[in-house]
Design a protein around this ligand. Structure first.
Ligand code: WQD
Length: 339
């Protein structure tokens, strides 16, 4: 099977490329490198022994995409490319709509023109918005409250419309919860540019001494210990979930959406405790005011993925914190180490 992976040098995309190659797939990557390094292609090759085709470019470059689709006969597209900062999306909405929505519209148009009808999309639990019930099921109302979430919801709407218009299409939206961890080999991992927004990369930067302390946003939520609770999922489990999604699009028609989460949550303090216990590294922290826009606690109802994709998480919290540390401790400057 030959697949196009957009955003394939990004955190989740690169881990998916590794498992896809190891499953025997022929992988072509297109990535703008705005938020990732070309050195990820070397890292992928060092793990699998297979260097994926790589094209540098952005989704809304219709000329580039037509050229790629003319050079390769794809069986499916797995679409990770997109901006993902909630805070930035609020400051620069049109940057997010142009890239995340407009770019995907161009990609889907080029797919249509080249008769590629199988589409796997990296969506997000953010589209659910404020929880009307917890855990979130796929039937929870779609009510995003930030531009990033709106952009993901809009793409899901485009997918439903395309599948309605062209019955040969098969499209699945995978609604991620909180991806963390890294490939256990230590040479592939999360490498956000600048100061990390997300908990785990911030925590590992503190552990490696690149940042002085972790600020924990709020310790008076109505949770087990007052800190925020989220459904963390190992990035390798997430990557394997995409392989199952490819099987689904190859054997079904129409649109579907599936949560990819563990089905339970951990608090910030539980993450810190596990990290320190497993890795023998102290993580200095202090409590800060709540972060605007944060929800107290949510996690996935993961039953659809088990029923529809025959997939569920297999890696533990200890695996997540161990693999995150293996990557960060070996590469304190991420891919910049190799420059
Ligand atoms: C997790 C917990 C924070 C940083 C975001 C996006 C979501 C998805 C995943 C793309 C919360 C706490 C965090 C820190 C902290 N991304 N925290 N100190 O906000 O659940 O989800 O990333 O799809 O769309 O919204 O993830 O890692 O930022 O926060 O205390 O320095 O850690 O308050 O409880 P979040 P996060």
């Amino acid at each position: 099977m030959k697949i196009l992976v957009t955003g394939g040098t990004g955190y989740i995309g690169s881990h998916f490329v590794v498992v896809a190659q190891q499953a025997g797939m022929d992988v072509v990557i297109v990535d703008s490198l705005e938020n990732s390094s070309a050195k990820v292609v070397d890292a992928i090759e060092s793990i699998t022994g297979i260097r994926p085709y790589f094209y540098k470019g952005i989704d809304h470059d219709i000329g580039l995409l037509n050229g790629i689709f003319s050079n390769h006969k794809f069986d499916a597209v797995v679409h990770f490319a997109g901006y993902k900062s909630v805070a930035e999306s609020t400051r620069e909405p049109m940057k997010y709509y142009r890239n995340n929505v407009g770019g995907t519209a161009v990609l889907m148009e080029v797919m249509r023109n080249h008769n590629v009808t199988n589409f796997v999309f990296s969506s997000s639990a953010t589209i659910y918005g404020f929880p009307q019930f917890n855990p979130y099921t796929e039937s929870h109302p779609i009510s995003p409250f930030n531009v990033y979430g709106h952009s993901k919801a809009m793409v899901e709407t485009m997918m439903q419309s395309q599948c309605g218009a062209v019955p040969e299409w098969s499209a699945i939206a995978l609604r991620y919860f909180n991806p963390v961890g890294a490939h256990p080999g230590g040479d592939l991992g999360e490498d956000p540019k600048g100061i990390p927004n997300n908990l785990m990369p911030y925590l590992t930067k503190v552990a490696v001494g690149a940042l002085p302390e972790l600020g924990i946003f709020g310790n008076n939520y109505d949770t087990v210990d007052g800190t925020g609770v989220r459904d963390y999922i190992h990035v390798m489990d997430l990557a394997e979930g995409h392989l199952k999604a490819l099987e689904w699009v190859n054997s079904h028609r129409g649109f579907t959406a599936v949560n990819l989460g563990a089905g339970y949550g951990y608090s910030v303090l539980q993450i810190v405790e596990a990290f320190e216990r497993v890795n023998g590294v102290k993580v200095p922290y202090s409590f800060k005011p709540r972060r605007a826009g944060d929800l107290p606690a949510y996690w996935a109802d993961a039953s659809t993925a088990e029923r529809v994709l025959d997939w569920k998480v297999s890696r533990s919290l200890d695996d997540m914190v161990r693999d995150s540390w293996t990557w960060q401790s070996r590469h304190p400057n991420g891919y910049g180490d190799d420059s």
